[in-house]
Design a protein around this ligand. Sequence first.
Ligand code: GTP
Ligand code: MG
Length: 196
Amino acid sequence: MEILQSEFVKSSSKIEECPEAKYPEFAFIGRSNVGKSSLVNMLANNKKLAKVSGKPGKTQLINHFLINNNWFLVDLPGYGWAKASKTDKAKWGEMIHDYIIGRENLHNVFVLVDSRLTPQQIDVEFINWLGENGIPLAIIFTKADKQSKNKNQSAIAKYRKVLKSTWEELPPMLLTSSASFEGKEDVLKFIENYIR
Ligand code: GTP
Ligand code: MG
């Protein structure tokens, strides 16, 4: 799939405000600064679509983009931003929870993890929570350009090892870089399989 058309639709602070659920939807989530907005822009060939920032906590709302006039891409706020207040964290948690559990057209959640880090508790817990709630997901390893191929492979292997104890069948895992465009086709193919 090529993305020929991408347009920002709406930012919502809760599920009730989201656009009418009339297209299949794919959401991107992960810790603050992991590269969600950059990945969205890379997939869409549009550097200005989602706001990218060196400072964590840039994306604070549920952002809907309409792609090729037939599916929604959603950029979600990052979880686990250390500097956010407790009240803000609770608010984001509730918003993300309600959206993921309640959004009827949500086909898949892409959980982004930094390929340079060993599995982080917050990510593993979130992945397991999706699994327990029967939400389809795939893990995307970001910033692959920042380290060697070997290190990227070992990052994936570590996740397999950690998840093996709780998962019968491991979720799909994709390696990407928004700088080198690695993995772009894999992610788009993955989405295409759902919307055809
Ligand atoms: P929040 O909206 O704050 O949750 O962050 P985010 O997950 O949307 O991250 P964002 O895309 O804004 O990127 C954070 C920083 O990482 C920026 O400085 C990006 O330029 C950088 N970055 C993101 N993806 C990549 C990548 O694949 N390679 C490299 N080298 N840098 C990246
Ligand atoms: Mg962002």
